[in-house]
Design a binder for this molecule. Structure first.
Ligand code: ARG
Length: 268
């Protein structure tokens, strides 16, 4: 059974601007956000039999609901994030405390380097891909590789709208991923093509609806509503597609995937 960590968006809103999606003049409706989050939670727990753990929300930390950015959990070791922007720094102690209290091993990178957890670090099969430039730093990838004893494929992001790797790459199964090519530097596009034999490109319009920020649970894929091309491609490839509305989270630059953190990744 898949286990994920989520956090209710009880204190969510657009209170600062740290990526191009965020505009304090284009406020999220918290009531709608809570309903969208609850629909995702119900789909995962009731429809897809996922075990969801809950991180308590904290006033003044509007982005805490994006638990994918708490850190990266591999083989029971939680590597906590080090956020690029001061606005999110105060999330770190809450997340590390949650893991420490549940007897996970908790580590941070041995040297200061920005690292934004699963937002910028995704497994495709046993291969770990990590994004850098807008949030995480290349140096953090090397430190992460040493800490986990794994090889990390570093990918350079090229477009500030796709500031985290999980906004433009969606691993589906070993050797297969959906992606938005233009979000990567030319060298990283080449690297992806070599490392992942089957890449399904998403259109610009759907990338801008964070189509790649989809949550993959076995053969089921939870995709943001309004991405018909990707939904069709996935259905034809044999996946069960579940569409959810995340309009309020899009205003902060997030979709279904970044509202959850994987708790059962084993990186063997
Ligand atoms: N407002 C948040 C930020 O800019 C959104 C994070 C979305 N998370 C993700 N993994 N893409 O940091």
């Amino acid at each position: 059974m898949t286990r994920l960590l989520m956090c209710r968006p009880d204190h969510y809103g657009i209170y600062y601007e740290i990526n191009p999606w965020m505009d304090r003049g284009h406020q999220a409706d918290r009531g709608v956000a809570v309903r969208q989050w609850e629909a995702l939670y119900r789909l995962l727990t009731e429809g897809l039999q996922v075990q969801v753990e809950l991180l308590p929300p904290v006033p003044g930390l509007p982005d805490l609901c994006f638990t994918a950015n708490a850190g990266l959990l591999v083989n029971g070791l939680f590597v906590s994030s080090r956020f690029r922007y001061r606005e999110r720094e105060a999330e770190v102690p809450h997340c590390t405390q949650w893991f420490a209290e549940r007897n996970y091993r908790v580590a941070c990178l041995p040297e200061p380097a920005f690292f934004e957890g699963e937002g910028d670090a995704l497994f495709c099969g046993n291969d770990l891909f990590a994004g850098h430039r807008f949030r995480s730093e290349l140096h953090a990838h090397q430190l992460l590789a040493e800490l986990l004893g794994l090889r990390v494929h570093s990918l350079e992001l090229a477009d500030p709208w796709f500031y985290h790797l999980d906004t433009c790459l969606c691993p589906l199964q070993p050797g297969r991923a959906a992606y938005y090519p233009e979000a990567f530097s030319p060298a990283s596009q080449r690297l992806l093509k070599e490392a992942i034999p089957e890449l399904l490109p998403v259109t610009e319009a759907e990338a801008k609806r964070l189509a790649c920020n989809a949550l993959v649970i076995g053969r089921s894929v939870v995709v943001n509503a309004g991405c018909p091309h990707l939904s069709r491609t996935l259905t034809e490839a044999g996946y069960h597609v579940h569409e959810v509305e995340t309009t309020e989270f899009l205003k902060a630059g997030g979709g279904p995937k970044c509202l959850a953190l994987s708790l059962d990744r084993d990186g063997s």
